[in-house]
Design a binder for this molecule. Structure first.
Ligand code: ADP
Ligand code: ZN
Length: 709
């Protein structure tokens, strides 16, 4: 097969089997490279589309492709997903009965399997290797390749043995894939898997659809979390990470008590309970998993809309990997974290008391410093995150909290001097609460007992309140001017770095606290604020759920949210039109097309059909009522009235200028933004305009544009 031919058929497989229009990023190149029998090392962020990089070559080359994955629990899902696309896939792992194993083996001998998933320990069994030696193998894909790294947090000893693939099957191309590998890890992968000949495909690390946000923990973490979920993620699937099992249990229970579908997940639960909760998370809509970090590696659920951290992860690597589980489908998602004084103290203490070798400790310290520094940032978080991974973003991203609401800084030099000298005067052995009491001149027995009401820093800190002092201490620890005692009592001590500040040789500018969440511009919790679209969306979702139940697979395996959204947007009314929607390949069109068309046709596009309700709005509008008056009169939301009027504008029954009053300049820029938006969606425009023009108004202006054209 020539290069060009292979590419062409790769594209046709992309379209007919997977239902996608075009390759993303480096996919085409990678596929071409592997199809032609070469080795590859692929580094691509989560959600970048790594799977297709071996799945399509598997379908193009002769023989069976062997996919090595450490995640037994997920193999079934991966295989189910491929079968939904009409691909012959199977897996071999310890969860199968002897009979099932025989069945798979015999299918392999007959050559009817295109892709086989195996766990590394299963692959290494002599029986398996002998079997493979008799087969025609198209390629080896080594997924989660960073598991060979001894320094990483996911080290899997069996992965090291995978180098024998190279010796045993010299002619078979190998493709190793991972989303998390800094440079040393990349080197380790190449070394241990003998991939010296492999071409490297390194994509950037950016996950532009994830909005990074970090908030101060004001001592009411659970309420803050609940408010966040209710305001922005009503009915969405999400993951909440906590540090301890106890906190996981408490949080899950508390959220459930508030009416959310929240399930705990940690290593202290039985295998069966964990399995069940994971399955519910994958299969049901809107499940929230509250977990320790034991949860999540390789979770392929594409529509996780938020990841919340109630505790600080211990490194940016961990943060990036955990937050990366949000928004694999490329739709907007939130990475939301709370961070407070206690986190800083706990982590600093853990690190101080670590008994690891000095070199290892130095690395750990650097990692923790980077994590803390990231929390206290006043500039774009994404730029800093990417820089940490050796990647670059030239402009601030516009999609993180510091970009959306730039934090103010203040000159903290004098207050910091007071805080530091209070540590010094009290003998470098007290914790934050005590120090703050001394600074603010509290009267209590302990203070008098120690004679600390007599020292020069007693009561000199009236300019800040308790919370502000605590925040300041947090920041001083975070930036390394103070350290936490080794004994673990939380006592603070000065570090070398604090001297210049104490002596007044160095000024200190720190981040001001951001008041509360409502100040950050929030996403709509409902996907559609137009009633008709909303109803169609719900109807499509319930159709999807029904199909999923019948097939016994998670809903997203039928269609992703993005595919349903495209249906709402484009309103296909024939099978042929439906087949053109991204995410609908031939097999899925055949299996589900009719059912979804029925739903679509039962919800005709309201731009052409004027409902009675819209008619009534129009009549009131004609007699001179404005939107608010009509809404009040009819006891409907203004947004509903606007959607009626948008239709009226599109049909030429109402004038934009009478419905919407904007100054000419603004109107011009909105029109321009709407015309520029290729996807024809309103949301990107709403966001591009910083949320300053409401959806209702945008819809009316769009309706007007559609009429002009
Ligand atoms: P990764 O393994 O890199 O995290 P996946 O392979 O799971 O990512 O792909 C992420 C999502 O993107 C999946 O839902 C996949 O179907 C989708 N996807 C992959 N490639 C394309 C493409 N070329 N066009 C549209 N969607 C794609
Ligand atoms: Zn940013």
């Amino acid at each position: 097969m020539t290069l060009i031919e292979s590419n062409k058929s790769a594209e046709s497989i992309l379209q007919t089997v997977f239902g996608y229009d075009a390759f993303r990023g480096q996919q085409a190149e990678i596929i071409n490279h592997v199809v032609n029998g070469h080795d590859a090392l692929v580094l691509m962020p989560t959600g970048g589309g790594k799977s297709l990089c071996y799945q399509i070559p598997a379908l193009l080359r002769n023989g069976v492709a062997i996919v090595i994955s450490p995640l037994i629990a997920l193999m079934q899902d991966q295989v189910d997903a491929l079968r939904q696309h009409g691909v012959h896939a199977a897996y071999l792992n310890s969860s199968l009965s002897t009979e099932q194993v025989y069945e798979v083996e015999s299918a392999l001998r007959q050559g009817t399997i295109e892709l086989l998933y195996v766990a590394p320990e299963r692959l290494m069994l002599p029986r398996t290797l002998e079997l493979f030696q008799q087969l025609s193998i198209s390629l080896f894909a080594i997924d989660e390749a960073h598991c060979v790294s001894q320094w990483g947090h996911d080290f899997r000893p069996e992965y090291i043995q995978l180098s024998i693939l190279h010796q045993r099957f010299p002619g078979v191309p190998r493709i190793a894939l991972t989303a998390t590998a800094d440079e040393p890890t990349q080197k380790e992968i190449i070394e241990r898997l003998a991939l010296h000949q492999a071409r490297q495909f390194i994509s950037g690390f950016d996950r532009p659809n994830i909005r990074y946000r970090i908030r101060e923990n004001n001592g009411n973490a659970r309420e803050q979390l609940l408010r966040f979920i209710r305001n922005e993620h009503d009915g969405d699937a999400g993951i909440v990470y906590c540090l301890s099992r106890k906190k996981v249990d408490e949080t899950a229970q508390w959220l459930s008590g508030k009416g959310l579908k929240a399930l705990p997940y940690h290593a202290g639960l039985s295998q069966q309970v964990r399995q069940e909760h994971q399955q519910r998370f994958l299969r049901e809509e809107g499940v929230i998993i509250v977990a320790t970090i034991a949860f999540g590696m390789g979770i392929d659920k594409p529509d996780v809309r938020f990841v919340a951290h109630l505790n600080l992860p211990k490194s940016l690597e961990a943060y990036y990997q955990e937050t990366g589980r949000a928004g694999r489908d490329g739709l907007p998602a939130n990475a939301w974290m709370l961070y407070g004084l206690q986190d800083v103290i706990t982590l600093r203490q853990m690190q101080a008391s670590s008994e690891a070798a000095e070199e290892y400790k130095r690395i750990e310290r650097h990692k923790l410093d980077s994590m803390l520094g990231f929390c206290e940032l006043t500039s774009c978080r994404r730029q800093s995150l990417l820089r940490y991974f050796g990647d670059r973003l030239n402009e601030p991203c516009g999609n993180c909290d510091t970009c959306l609401q730039p934090p103010e800084t203040w000159d903290a030099t004098v207050s910091a001097q007071k805080a530091l000298s209070c540590v010094y005067r009290t003998g470098q052995r007290f914790g934050v609460s005590y120090l703050v009491d001394v600074l603010t001149g509290k009267q209590h027995e302990r203070i008098t007992q120690f004679g600390h009401d007599q020292i020069s820093t007693y009561g000199i800190g009236k300019e800040l309140n308790q919370t502000q002092w605590r925040n300041l201490y947090r920041q001083l620890i975070a930036v390394g001017l103070l350290q936490v005692d080794l004994e673990g009592h939380g006592g603070l001590q000065l570090t070398e770095a604090s001297r210049p500040v104490l002596r007044g040789e160095q000024a200190l500018h720190l981040r001001k606290s951001v008041k509360n969440d409502t100040a950050t511009r929030e996403r709509k919790s409902r996907r559609y604020d137009n009633d008709a679209e909303s109803r169609l969306w719900e109807a499509l979702r319930s159709c999807r759920q029904q199909q999923a139940n019948e097939q016994g697979v998670p809903a997203y395996m039928i269609f992703h949210d993005a595919t349903l959204m495209a249906m709402v947007e484009n309103r296909p009314s024939t099978l042929e039109q439906l087949g053109r929607i991204s995410g609908i390949g031939e097999r899925k069109l055949e299996a589900y097309g009719e059912a979804f068309l029925e739903v679509l046709n039962a919800h005709p596009d309201n731009e052409t059909v004027v409902s009675d309700s819209a008619e009534e709005t129009l009549q009131l509008y004609r007699v001179g009522m404005n939107v608010d008056q009509i809404a009040a009169h009819r006891d409907l939301k203004p947004s509903t009235i606007y959607s009626h009027l948008a239709n009226a504008i599109a049909n030429g029954d109402a004038e934009l200028s009478e419905v919407v009053t904007l100054d000419e300049q603004t109107m011009k820029s909105v029109r321009f933004a709407l015309e520029q938006e290729e996807s024809k969606k309103i949301r990107p425009v709403f966001e591009a305009l910083d949320g300053e023009i409401s959806y209702e108004i945008l819809r009316c202006i769009k309706a007007d544009l559609s009429r002009i054209r």
